[in-house]
Design a protein around this ligand. Structure first.
Ligand SMILES: Nc1ncnc2c1ncn2[C@@H]1O[C@H](COP(=O)(O)OP(=O)(O)OP(=O)(O)O)[C@@H](O)[C@H]1O
Length: 259
Protein backbone atom coordinates (compact mmCIF):
# COMPACT_ATOMS: atom_id res chain seq x y z
CA UNK A 1 0.00 0.00 0.00
CA UNK A 2 1.41 3.37 -1.01
CA UNK A 3 1.00 6.33 1.29
CA UNK A 4 0.97 9.79 -0.24
CA UNK A 5 1.08 12.83 1.98
CA UNK A 6 0.24 15.77 -0.23
CA UNK A 7 0.76 19.36 0.91
CA UNK A 8 -0.51 18.65 4.42
CA UNK A 9 -1.11 21.63 6.67
CA UNK A 10 -2.40 21.80 10.22
CA UNK A 11 -3.41 24.96 12.00
CA UNK A 12 -4.82 24.59 15.50
CA UNK A 13 -7.70 26.69 16.86
CA UNK A 14 -5.24 28.74 18.90
CA UNK A 15 -3.50 29.79 15.68
CA UNK A 16 -0.46 27.48 15.99
CA UNK A 17 0.66 26.29 12.57
CA UNK A 18 2.03 22.83 13.34
CA UNK A 19 2.44 21.66 9.73
CA UNK A 20 2.86 23.60 6.51
CA UNK A 21 2.92 21.99 3.07
CA UNK A 22 4.29 18.62 4.19
CA UNK A 23 4.66 16.54 1.06
CA UNK A 24 6.19 13.09 0.67
CA UNK A 25 5.28 9.52 -0.31
CA UNK A 26 6.09 6.21 1.31
CA UNK A 27 6.10 3.00 -0.76
CA UNK A 28 5.03 -0.38 0.53
CA UNK A 29 7.83 -2.02 2.50
CA UNK A 30 9.88 1.06 3.40
CA UNK A 31 11.17 1.73 6.93
CA UNK A 32 11.10 5.50 7.29
CA UNK A 33 11.84 7.61 10.35
CA UNK A 34 10.51 11.11 10.83
CA UNK A 35 13.07 13.07 12.83
CA UNK A 36 13.16 16.61 14.12
CA UNK A 37 13.29 18.73 17.26
CA UNK A 38 10.54 19.04 19.82
CA UNK A 39 7.58 20.94 18.38
CA UNK A 40 8.56 20.17 14.76
CA UNK A 41 5.13 18.60 14.14
CA UNK A 42 5.98 14.89 14.19
CA UNK A 43 3.16 13.80 16.51
CA UNK A 44 0.66 16.03 14.72
CA UNK A 45 1.61 14.38 11.42
CA UNK A 46 1.21 10.89 12.90
CA UNK A 47 -2.20 11.78 14.35
CA UNK A 48 -3.36 12.93 10.93
CA UNK A 49 -2.04 9.72 9.37
CA UNK A 50 -3.87 7.44 11.79
CA UNK A 51 -7.08 9.40 11.46
CA UNK A 52 -7.12 10.79 15.02
CA UNK A 53 -6.86 14.36 13.78
CA UNK A 54 -7.99 16.21 10.68
CA UNK A 55 -5.62 18.28 8.60
CA UNK A 56 -6.59 21.82 7.64
CA UNK A 57 -4.95 21.63 4.22
CA UNK A 58 -3.71 19.04 1.74
CA UNK A 59 -4.65 15.40 1.53
CA UNK A 60 -3.56 11.90 2.51
CA UNK A 61 -3.93 9.12 -0.06
CA UNK A 62 -3.71 5.38 0.53
CA UNK A 63 -3.23 3.56 -2.77
CA UNK A 64 -4.61 6.65 -4.50
CA UNK A 65 -7.75 6.70 -2.33
CA UNK A 66 -8.26 9.86 -0.34
CA UNK A 67 -8.19 8.96 3.35
CA UNK A 68 -8.25 12.20 5.32
CA UNK A 69 -11.73 13.35 4.30
CA UNK A 70 -13.49 9.99 4.68
CA UNK A 71 -16.01 9.47 7.46
CA UNK A 72 -17.76 6.56 9.14
CA UNK A 73 -17.55 3.01 7.78
CA UNK A 74 -15.49 3.92 4.71
CA UNK A 75 -12.89 5.58 6.90
CA UNK A 76 -12.79 2.61 9.30
CA UNK A 77 -12.31 0.20 6.38
CA UNK A 78 -9.29 2.08 5.08
CA UNK A 79 -8.02 2.73 8.61
CA UNK A 80 -7.67 -1.02 9.11
CA UNK A 81 -4.58 -0.90 6.93
CA UNK A 82 -2.85 1.37 9.43
CA UNK A 83 -1.95 0.35 12.98
CA UNK A 84 -0.18 2.51 15.55
CA UNK A 85 2.01 1.81 18.55
CA UNK A 86 2.65 4.58 21.06
CA UNK A 87 5.27 5.69 23.56
CA UNK A 88 2.90 5.02 26.47
CA UNK A 89 1.65 1.71 24.94
CA UNK A 90 -2.10 2.59 25.28
CA UNK A 91 -3.01 -0.78 26.82
CA UNK A 92 -5.67 -1.59 29.42
CA UNK A 93 -3.57 -2.14 32.54
CA UNK A 94 -6.02 -4.35 34.47
CA UNK A 95 -6.77 -6.55 31.50
CA UNK A 96 -4.66 -9.53 30.42
CA UNK A 97 -2.15 -9.52 27.56
CA UNK A 98 -4.41 -11.83 25.57
CA UNK A 99 -7.48 -9.61 26.01
CA UNK A 100 -5.49 -6.52 25.05
CA UNK A 101 -4.36 -8.17 21.82
CA UNK A 102 -7.91 -9.35 21.13
CA UNK A 103 -9.31 -5.83 21.38
CA UNK A 104 -7.76 -5.17 17.96
CA UNK A 105 -10.63 -7.24 16.54
CA UNK A 106 -13.38 -5.09 18.14
CA UNK A 107 -14.06 -2.86 15.11
CA UNK A 108 -14.95 -5.97 13.08
CA UNK A 109 -17.24 -7.47 15.72
CA UNK A 110 -20.93 -7.01 16.37
CA UNK A 111 -22.07 -4.90 19.34
CA UNK A 112 -22.96 -7.81 21.68
CA UNK A 113 -19.93 -9.87 20.71
CA UNK A 114 -17.77 -6.87 21.58
CA UNK A 115 -19.51 -6.00 24.85
CA UNK A 116 -19.34 -9.58 26.11
CA UNK A 117 -15.84 -10.22 24.74
CA UNK A 118 -16.98 -13.08 22.50
CA UNK A 119 -13.89 -13.07 20.34
CA UNK A 120 -14.17 -16.66 19.08
CA UNK A 121 -11.66 -19.49 18.79
CA UNK A 122 -9.95 -18.33 15.59
CA UNK A 123 -9.20 -14.85 16.92
CA UNK A 124 -7.93 -16.29 20.22
CA UNK A 125 -5.61 -18.69 18.41
CA UNK A 126 -4.25 -15.87 16.29
CA UNK A 127 -3.73 -13.62 19.32
CA UNK A 128 -1.84 -16.40 21.10
CA UNK A 129 0.35 -16.95 18.03
CA UNK A 130 1.17 -13.26 17.95
CA UNK A 131 2.00 -13.23 21.66
CA UNK A 132 4.30 -16.16 20.95
CA UNK A 133 5.87 -14.23 18.08
CA UNK A 134 6.70 -11.29 20.36
CA UNK A 135 8.05 -13.69 23.01
CA UNK A 136 5.23 -13.39 25.53
CA UNK A 137 3.13 -16.52 25.20
CA UNK A 138 3.69 -17.47 28.83
CA UNK A 139 2.34 -14.06 29.90
CA UNK A 140 -0.93 -14.41 27.96
CA UNK A 141 -3.11 -14.48 31.09
CA UNK A 142 -1.01 -11.95 33.03
CA UNK A 143 -2.49 -8.47 33.55
CA UNK A 144 -0.60 -5.72 31.72
CA UNK A 145 0.16 -3.93 35.01
CA UNK A 146 2.50 -6.80 35.97
CA UNK A 147 4.69 -6.36 32.87
CA UNK A 148 7.85 -4.34 32.25
CA UNK A 149 7.81 -1.44 29.76
CA UNK A 150 9.49 -3.52 27.06
CA UNK A 151 6.99 -6.34 27.56
CA UNK A 152 4.10 -3.85 27.33
CA UNK A 153 5.42 -2.56 24.01
CA UNK A 154 5.64 -6.16 22.77
CA UNK A 155 1.95 -6.65 23.63
CA UNK A 156 1.14 -3.40 21.80
CA UNK A 157 3.04 -4.70 18.75
CA UNK A 158 1.10 -8.00 18.89
CA UNK A 159 -2.16 -6.01 19.09
CA UNK A 160 -1.10 -3.92 16.09
CA UNK A 161 -0.28 -7.06 14.06
CA UNK A 162 -3.70 -8.50 14.86
CA UNK A 163 -5.05 -5.92 12.39
CA UNK A 164 -2.77 -7.20 9.59
CA UNK A 165 -1.67 -3.67 8.83
CA UNK A 166 0.03 -2.65 5.60
CA UNK A 167 1.48 0.32 7.47
CA UNK A 168 2.65 0.43 11.08
CA UNK A 169 3.02 3.87 12.62
CA UNK A 170 5.46 3.79 15.52
CA UNK A 171 5.02 7.02 17.48
CA UNK A 172 8.06 7.31 19.77
CA UNK A 173 8.01 3.52 20.32
CA UNK A 174 11.06 3.39 22.58
CA UNK A 175 10.97 6.79 24.28
CA UNK A 176 9.81 5.31 27.62
CA UNK A 177 12.31 2.45 27.54
CA UNK A 178 15.96 2.10 28.55
CA UNK A 179 18.39 1.93 25.60
CA UNK A 180 18.91 -1.85 25.79
CA UNK A 181 15.18 -2.60 25.86
CA UNK A 182 14.58 0.08 23.23
CA UNK A 183 17.04 -1.60 20.89
CA UNK A 184 15.33 -4.99 21.43
CA UNK A 185 11.97 -3.46 20.50
CA UNK A 186 13.41 -1.88 17.36
CA UNK A 187 15.04 -5.20 16.42
CA UNK A 188 11.62 -6.83 16.77
CA UNK A 189 10.03 -4.13 14.58
CA UNK A 190 12.80 -4.55 11.99
CA UNK A 191 12.30 -8.32 11.88
CA UNK A 192 8.52 -7.88 11.43
CA UNK A 193 9.24 -5.35 8.69
CA UNK A 194 11.57 -7.77 6.92
CA UNK A 195 9.42 -10.89 7.35
CA UNK A 196 5.97 -9.43 6.67
CA UNK A 197 6.91 -6.52 4.39
CA UNK A 198 5.02 -4.11 6.63
CA UNK A 199 5.79 -0.45 5.95
CA UNK A 200 7.09 1.21 9.11
CA UNK A 201 6.87 4.93 9.69
CA UNK A 202 8.57 5.81 12.95
CA UNK A 203 8.70 9.07 14.88
CA UNK A 204 11.72 9.15 17.14
CA UNK A 205 13.82 11.55 19.16
CA UNK A 206 16.68 9.09 19.11
CA UNK A 207 18.68 9.96 16.02
CA UNK A 208 21.13 7.10 16.43
CA UNK A 209 18.32 4.51 16.48
CA UNK A 210 16.56 6.22 13.56
CA UNK A 211 19.76 6.05 11.51
CA UNK A 212 20.47 2.46 12.46
CA UNK A 213 17.04 1.00 11.78
CA UNK A 214 15.55 3.10 8.96
CA UNK A 215 16.33 3.11 5.25
CA UNK A 216 15.12 6.66 4.82
CA UNK A 217 14.79 9.75 7.01
CA UNK A 218 12.36 12.65 6.79
CA UNK A 219 13.61 15.71 8.69
CA UNK A 220 10.85 17.98 9.96
CA UNK A 221 11.49 21.44 11.30
CA UNK A 222 8.88 24.06 12.16
CA UNK A 223 6.24 21.97 10.42
CA UNK A 224 8.17 21.71 7.13
CA UNK A 225 10.16 18.92 5.50
CA UNK A 226 13.79 20.07 5.45
CA UNK A 227 15.34 16.70 4.58
CA UNK A 228 14.07 13.65 2.75
CA UNK A 229 16.68 11.11 1.79
CA UNK A 230 18.53 7.90 2.40
CA UNK A 231 19.80 7.45 5.94
CA UNK A 232 23.38 7.39 4.65
CA UNK A 233 22.90 10.84 3.09
CA UNK A 234 22.23 12.60 6.39
CA UNK A 235 25.34 14.65 7.03
CA UNK A 236 26.30 16.46 10.22
CA UNK A 237 25.59 19.80 8.60
CA UNK A 238 22.05 18.70 7.63
CA UNK A 239 21.57 17.36 11.17
CA UNK A 240 22.66 20.75 12.49
CA UNK A 241 20.17 22.43 10.19
CA UNK A 242 17.34 20.16 11.36
CA UNK A 243 18.07 20.41 15.06
CA UNK A 244 19.53 23.90 14.96
CA UNK A 245 22.40 22.90 17.18
CA UNK A 246 26.11 23.37 16.63
CA UNK A 247 28.35 20.43 15.72
CA UNK A 248 29.84 20.09 19.22
CA UNK A 249 26.40 19.77 20.77
CA UNK A 250 25.47 17.15 18.18
CA UNK A 251 28.65 15.19 18.87
CA UNK A 252 27.92 15.33 22.61
CA UNK A 253 24.34 14.24 22.11
CA UNK A 254 24.86 11.31 19.74
CA UNK A 255 22.92 8.35 21.09
CA UNK A 256 21.06 10.57 23.51
CA UNK A 257 17.47 11.58 22.83
CA UNK A 258 17.28 14.93 21.10
CA UNK A 259 15.10 17.53 22.75
N1 LIG B 1 -3.85 20.42 20.39
C1 LIG B 1 -3.00 21.40 20.13
N2 LIG B 1 -3.40 22.69 20.16
C2 LIG B 1 -2.54 23.70 19.86
N3 LIG B 1 -1.26 23.52 19.50
C3 LIG B 1 -0.80 22.26 19.46
C4 LIG B 1 -1.63 21.13 19.77
N4 LIG B 1 -0.90 19.98 19.63
C5 LIG B 1 0.33 20.39 19.26
N5 LIG B 1 0.40 21.74 19.16
C6 LIG B 1 1.56 22.54 18.74
O1 LIG B 1 1.92 22.10 17.44
C7 LIG B 1 3.34 22.10 17.29
C8 LIG B 1 3.81 20.72 16.89
O2 LIG B 1 3.59 19.82 17.99
P1 LIG B 1 3.91 18.26 17.89
O3 LIG B 1 3.49 17.65 19.18
O4 LIG B 1 3.34 17.74 16.65
O5 LIG B 1 5.50 18.30 17.78
P2 LIG B 1 6.53 17.10 17.93
O6 LIG B 1 7.53 17.27 16.85
O7 LIG B 1 5.81 15.80 17.99
O8 LIG B 1 7.18 17.42 19.34
P3 LIG B 1 7.74 16.37 20.44
O9 LIG B 1 8.92 15.74 19.78
O10 LIG B 1 8.12 17.25 21.58
O11 LIG B 1 6.65 15.41 20.76
C9 LIG B 1 3.90 22.59 18.62
O12 LIG B 1 4.14 23.98 18.53
C10 LIG B 1 2.78 22.30 19.61
O13 LIG B 1 2.81 23.20 20.69
Amino acid sequence: MNLQIQHIAKKFHNGTKALADVDFSVSQGEFVSVIGPSGAGKTTLFRILNGMMECTGGQVLLDDKRFDSLKGRKKRELQKSIATIYQDFCLVENSTCLKNVLTAGLPDMGFFQGVFGLYGKTRKEEALKLLDRVGLLEKAEEPIKNLSGGQKQRVAIARALMRHPAILLADEPVASLDPVTGRQILELLKSIHETDGVTILMNSHNLEFSQEFSDRLIGLKDGKVVFDGKTADLTDSITTQIYNKNDTQIENKRGVAYE
